[in-house]
Design a protein around this ligand. Sequence first.
Ligand code: 4GN
Length: 252
Amino acid sequence: MRFDILTLFPGMFSSPLQESILGKAIEKGLIEIHIMNIRDFALDKHHVADDAPYGGGQGMVMKVEPIARAIESVKLQNPFAKTIYLTPQGRPFDQDLARRFSALPHLILLCGRYEGVDERVRELFVDEEVSIGDYVLTGGELAAMVLIDAISRFIPGVLGSERSAQEDSFYHSLLEYPQYTRPFDFRGHCVPEVLLSGNHSMISCWRRKEALRRTSSRRPDLLSRADLSEEDKKLLGEILHQDKRGKAGNEF
Ligand code: 4GN
């Protein structure tokens, strides 16, 4: 899969994408990332990519021509590439949207700065506006990196042969169960005995129950769209009973 990033700050992308899993995915040729500086597509002597807003007001607006030329240069190579604009006004990004985008061969990620892009960029060049959450960033760059990371995890081979994003418990609308590694006893806080039992069906049952406990206490909204078995409902009943007596309840 190919990503073309249009930004005024290309330097922001160099190290995060070269590290660890994404770096290896690029080396293996599973993903291809092209960073383009929007200023390089401005034709004037000083490569100006922003200007004052019509009607007045504070801040600067990103000009339409350099962005148009940058997008058109990518589309010349692949007319089917889809353009996404990262903005708090966009459609909320989630695991499901990440999976759907991962089926596309080529995305153009447009990163805004200042007061955003000239409205005609949206009208003429943007296929979809996406938001990574209800907060405002100084630019779309970090949001673009979030998309690339979450989407790339769905591409076969990126996570390694033994693991896939489809196996993530989030995919099944539950939060992950707690994990432990050595030592067994850290300052009196011990690993749950069941995990040392070697009894794999008991371990699976414990993990499922803890995933349900965590989800019901932290993100009850997720439980309503999880497909719960009769066994899950029994476990949830036990959890509600236990946590009513204990101090658990809503951890937030
Ligand atoms: C995206 C972009 C937040 C998001 C952004 C988000 C840059 N902030 N929640 N900042 O996905 C004005 C110009 C704000 C573009 C935008």
